[in-house]
Design a protein around this ligand. Structure first.
Ligand SMILES: *Cc1c(COP(=O)(O)O)cnc(C)c1O
Length: 399
């Protein structure tokens, strides 16, 4: 098929896309409409944690589609009960609400914290509803989550914002303290800021933040939409820090590629009452059956160890690459890593990678001077080597 035969103008224009239509995927590889293949180091933006179309997802989707696709959120269904139990068994949380996107899960977390702030008023007997979030943070694209974000320009893009979000500086506990008011109810952060360029929260800061929020009776909310479900080499990134948050949100990897997200809370914080939270597709059996199949693979014996080991392997390879070409090193956790290029060649490398022949390389540059790597969690050493070889060839042309 020729690209010109696709009537892409019927799609609302929200982003620049190359003149390619992707038709098939398997593991780390994607295929476009001309049959050209690509090494895919974006994986739907850290979404396909087991790669493209793994057998367990195909089986779960097929089996569940044959049974029942949507009995309605007014009734219990087996896959959502199973996945919720898996999540509570493997985390410090007691209750799960399923949503369809990371933004929606975060929106739910914001509502839950506001509800808790109504039940746990300040000394003057007033509701607490203000949040402290962080500069450069990303929490999704609904109005409240865009207001929670610290992305430059987002404060005025769809003004007025949802009020009640003040922005502290990541890894700076004094900046958080300075923003606490008698209306503050929660602090929300990504354990590794993903969209802003893979910036990990330090262990010291996370522990200080947990101590501070406990002392001031604030909730600690971790947005693990990008870091959760194995991405950072721990099942959940908060586990690296030796702390327990009050609320966690999941998205991306939890569905392995299908729209699924979750809001998890400790029992004492899970204070929604009937009528306050819901959603037509909340916990629908098709996506939760797929999510359960994915989750079982991720918690299978040896899987997380292999993610950690391959994260270290990728780190070492990126460091070698950096030394070889005089770049600025790398950073990240597990299989969420970034290469610091030292100059603004990110967009060119993305373009040159995609147009490589005969096999392309799909890369992501969240910042002009940075490449982000978010492979399938079951990526092989050979696939890492292959990417490094291709990337080395691309970078060589720029130094
Ligand atoms: C991707 C992302 C979101 C938004 O998830 P959507 O499914 O796109 O709504 C929220 N928070 C973080 C940290 C993310 O990386």
């Amino acid at each position: 098929m020729e690209f010109s035969q696709y009537d892409v103008n019927s799609l609302m224009f929200v982003t620049n896309r190359p003149a390619l239509v992707f038709t098939e995927g398997k593991g780390m590889m994607l295929t476009d409409h001309t049959g050209k293949r690509y090494h895919d180091w974006m994986q739907g933006w850290a979404v396909n944690c087991l790669g493209h179309s793994p057998q367990c997802m195909i089986d779960a989707a097929t089996a569940q589609a044959k049974k029942v696709i949507n009995p309605s959120p007014a009734f219990y269904n087996e896959p959502s009960i199973e996945l919720a139990s898996l999540l509570t068994q493997h985390s410090c949380f007691d209750r799960v609400f399923f949503a369809n996107s990371g933004a929606e899960a975060n929106e739910g977390a914001i509502k839950l914290a506001r509800k808790w702030g109504k039940l746990n008023k300040n000394a003057a007997g007033e509701n607490r509803y203000e949040f402290i979030t962080f500069k450069d943070a990303f929490h999704g694209r609904t109005l409240a989550t865009m207001s929670a974000a610290g992305k430059a320009g987002w404060d005025t893009m769809f003004a007025p914002q949802v009020p009640g979000f003040s922005k502290a500086v990541l890894n700076d506990i004094e900046s958080v303290k300075a923003l606490i008011t008698d209306k503050t109810v929660a602090v929300m952060l990504e354990p590794v800021q993903g969209e802003s360029g893979v910036i990990p929260v330090s262990r010291e800061f996370m522990q200080q933040l947990r101590a501070l929020t406990k002392e001031r009776k604030l909730l600690l909310i971790v947005d693990e939409v990008q870091t959760g479900v194995g991405r950072t080499g721990a099942l959940f990134a908060y586990q690296h820090y030796g702390i327990e948050p009050d609320i966690m949100t999941l998205g991306k990897g939890i569905g392995g590629g299908v729209p699924l997200a979750a809001l998890l809370a400790k029992e004492e914080v899970a204070c929604f009452e009937p009528g306050e939270q819901g959603g037509t597709y909340s916990g629908n059996p098709l996506t939760t059956a797929i999510g359960a199949a994915v989750f079982k693979e991720v918690v299978a014996p040896g899987f997380m160890e292999s993610v950690k080991e391959k994260g270290d392997y990728l780190r070492d390879k990126l460091l070698q690459l950096s030394e070889q070409h005089g770049l600025q090193g790398e950073r990240g956790e597990g299989l969420l890593r970034a290469l610091k290029l030292g100059k603004d060649i990110g967009a060119q490398l993305v373009e040159e990678g995609r147009t490589l022949e005969p096999v392309g390389l799909l890369l992501n540059a969240p910042r002009p001077d940075l490449l982000r790597f978010m492979p399938a969690l079951n990526v092989t050493h050979a696939e890492i080597d292959e990417m490094i070889d291709l990337l080395s060839g691309l970078i060589a042309k720029h130094v």
